[in-house]
Design a protein. Structure first.
Length: 536
């Protein structure tokens, strides 16, 4: 039955975003200098199960009007209560009464108040009430406060009104809170303010009136916020390789305000803050115009003419007549030479002069026909229709500004800088042409924004360069997470908690990866990380 319940619970975990909310209860460790900040680990799978339930609960809280989400939450809590009750029964059967009390208490906490007494977990607690109370009394006497609290807590939920249990439970809560605050003071002395803050906040969970823990928590928050401030000096633009300085001021104006978007990194001169350098290197900047020429074929809107035009066939006919007359003159001259060369010789059929006479006669006939054709032509004819299109020449100018910029963050504690290079350009194009009144075409003048305007527009495109600060912050976060995981793997829980809490103050709430979030939430006994940083 427990396996089936766990499967159903995990199936419900697909809705919503993950928020780890854990309650760690188990035998407490002594608070010595080398002790961990967490009690003996809770029963197996407690963290995972509560995290899965938290996912469903968060989705329901985020969508109060979503009936389906609310029903899933009710079903998930019911199945979780059944599962945890069964685990408590199993622990009790194995003689683990303290562990059984933990599971029964957890099951009763998510059971409606009016159903707790008759719930299976409630009946189990009532059946074992004397043994549970005795177990809690022994645990308290041995200063295993957390185990006593959990066991007495189960009795209070299952059988309200047990005056003796209530009083002992309240005393144990205050005792455990004081022991946690004492442990927090030790952690401060050991140079672990983040871990100390978590332990103090956990102490306030058990005794909200513990003034010393409240005051210490506020002071530790302030110190941790200050500890992770990283300030750049005055932002500057390195443009040594660029002659044209027009891009510098607009670029700086766009990038500077966005550096502060990535707290705790900021532009400032706080001497107490960690120092870093943010440099903007303009590696290339050019601007200029390029012009090309072309033409368009446009519909001809010119009205056709009604004025007659000289007949184009007349000059052609005249030229033809002139050519024939020239040919005749040449033939007649050749004939004259042929006659003179005969000197009384008889005319034979193949006589060259005879062939010339025939060509002379043919040419005269052609001349006569050409004169008749010319005489028949009219002097004028109607004008031809205008062409369907006309060619309009134009010139096109493209104004371009472009830049390549390298953004660089240097932090003393890291051997390599964080860099990113961005290349962007802005171009505007326009055509211009003259006026053509006959074609109903007005002049189109060149209309381009001034170069300075394009430079300002280009600078806007380099705003993402400020996100290099986010990369630097992420690098610092990864270093903290790696440190925390190494400590956790080595059993150094306080040091691990210090690293993970530091990551919270660096990146803000809800930024830890699941493993780190689960550990911090388990140490804190809830996943409201905004309570840790004090940031909303």
């Amino acid at each position: 039955m427990r396996t089936a319940s766990r499967k159903r619970l995990r199936a419900l975990a697909v809705i919503g975003a993950s928020a780890v909310v854990l309650t760690a209860c188990g035998p407490a460790k002594p608070a010595g200098d080398g002790g961990g900040v967490i009690a003996t680990p809770p029963p197996a799978n407690m963290a995972r199960d509560e995290a899965e339930l938290a996912i469903v609960r968060e989705a329901a809280q985020a969508n109060p009007a979503d009936e389906a989400a609310q029903k899933k939450l009710v079903r998930a809590e019911k199945e979780a209560a059944e599962d945890w009750t069964a685990r408590g029964n199993d622990a009790n059967a194995r003689g683990k009464l303290g562990e059984a009390g933990v599971w029964w208490r957890k099951a009763l906490e998510i059971t409606p108040v009016d159903e707790r007494r008759n719930a299976t977990a409630g009946k189990a607690v009532q059946k074992n009430m004397t043994a549970l109370e005795y177990h809690a009394d022994v645990a308290y006497a041995e200063e295993r406060f957390e185990e006593a609290i959990s066991t007495w807590g189960a009795i209070r939920l299952a059988a309200p009104g047990q005056a003796g249990v209530v009083d002992k439970h309240d005393v144990a809560l205050r005792a455990f809170a004081n022991s946690l605050h004492a442990r927090a003071n030790v952690l401060v002395q050991q140079g672990m303010p983040g871990a100390a803050l978590i332990v103090n906040l956990r102490a306030l969970k058990y005794d909200p009136q513990l003034t010393d823990a409240f005051t210490a928590s506020n002071e530790l928050r302030k110190g941790l916020r200050a500890k992770f401030r990283v300030h750049f000096g005055e932002l500057r633009v390195d443009d040594k390789a660029i002659k044209d300085k027009a891009f510098n001021a607009p670029l700086l104006a766009q990038v500077s305000p966005r550096v502060d978007d990535h707290a705790p990194y900021a532009v400032g001169k706080d001497p107490a803050a960690m120092k870093a350098a943010f440099t903007i290197v303009v590696e290339d900047f050019t601007r200029g115009d390029q012009t090309k020429e072309g033409s368009d074929e446009l519909p001809n809107t010119e009205a056709p003419s009604k004025i007659p035009v000289p007949n184009p066939a007349v000059p052609v006919a005249r030229e033809k007549l002139k050519s024939l007359e020239k040919t005749l003159a040449t033939l007649q001259a050749d004939l004259k030479k042929a006659i003179a060369a005969r000197k009384g010789k008889a005319v034979t059929p193949d006589d060259p002069g005879l062939a010339l006479t025939r060509r002379v006669d043919e040419t005269k006939a052609e001349i006569a026909a050409a004169k008749r054709e010319l005489g028949a032509l009219p002097a004028t004819v109607p004008p031809p229709p205008p062409p369907a299109t006309w060619t309009m020449p134009w010139k096109e100018t493209t104004r371009t500004v472009s830049a390549r910029v390298r953004f660089e963050v240097v932090e003393p504690e890291f051997p390599e800088p964080v860099t990113v290079t961005i290349t962007e350009s802005v171009a505007k194009t326009d055509r211009f042409h003259d006026a053509y009144p006959k074609k109903s075409m007005k002049v189109d003048p060149l209309s381009l924004p001034p170069s300075e305007e394009l430079v300002r527009e280009l600078a806007v495109r380099f705003q993402p360069g400020a996100q290099i600060v986010m990369k630097a912050r992420q690098r610092r976060l990864e270093k903290l997470l790696t440190t925390g995981r190494d400590h956790l793997a080595g059993g150094r829980e306080s040091e691990a908690l210090e690293a993970f809490t530091s990551a919270l103050f660096l990146m803000g709430p809800a930024t830890l990866p699941p493993d780190a979030a689960a550990f911090v939430a388990r140490s804190l006994e809830h996943g409201r990380f905004k309570d840790v940083t004090g940031l909303q």
